[in-house]
Design a protein around this ligand. Sequence first.
Ligand code: SF4
Length: 309
Amino acid sequence: MDYKTDVWVDWCPGCGDFGILTGVQRALKELEIPPWRTVIVSGIGCSGKTPHFIYAYGVHTLHGRAIPFATGIKMSNPDLTVIVDGGDGDLLGIGAGHFVALGRRNLDITVLIHDNQVYGLTKGQASPTLPAGVQTKSLPKPNLQDPVNPIALAITSGYTFVARAFAMDIEHLTSIIKRAINHKGAAVVDILQPCVTYNNIYTTQWYRKRVYKLEDEPGWDPVVRNPSERPMKIAKAIEKAWEWGDRVPVGVFYEDKTKDTILDRIQNYIPTYKEKPPAKQEISVGGKPVVDSETFKEIFKSYIIRVRK
Ligand code: SF4
């Protein structure tokens, strides 16, 4: 099983998307996650085609809306491995609110950002991660806006696994994706990838000269093993997140193994939730609805009373 489909991969030759596709396929294979337990969810953009190329369940959704779809899938059936593949424009532009909300929920989903600093599918406009003052060949003038920092945004939103990788170092990328999938909680990997057609600044050669691995730094330890370590590890990770220029760090910036997920919190309200999530409930027998909606009604009632007061 190599998780490949027979759909023709129509990205431009040399695009970093190929590296990311290979990284996901290898990670799934090495982790031995069956295709029928895997769901790849994408939005719109060149990265949006990814679910078509991976032998697993897949949903190619709307612009900026991959995370809400993925959230519904995971909450309905927590046994599934759910991976979001989205571009930097899709996830950090129109989908930025959903990106933040996933961190707040610390829901066990892996988000892979195909970060090429441009909107490749629509001819290379500046995306939210392109630094101000940079003029790619697709822009008439240098970019006027400051960039979003995906690492800093993810950490401050509540993601409990935050990493960066380079699409053309497939071995390292695969190892990071595997760690992200295995992490219990919201995980994000910001994957630096060349767009050979529209971004002539941040090329494969540009990255190869600058990228270095955090794990090779003496003393680098991004893992929170006790909640009291959080402020210090967050501060160190965010400081590293802004390093960009002669040296560009990749690897794990932050990993918190101590925080509960929203599924744990739902379980506190609904003791049968993990054993019988919505996807595993019978919805009717003999044409009669049998869903136990009483617990949900009780929860919603408490909210309604608070609003009325
Ligand atoms: Fe890749 Fe850019 Fe081509 Fe899209 S336009 S497939 S991101 S090289």
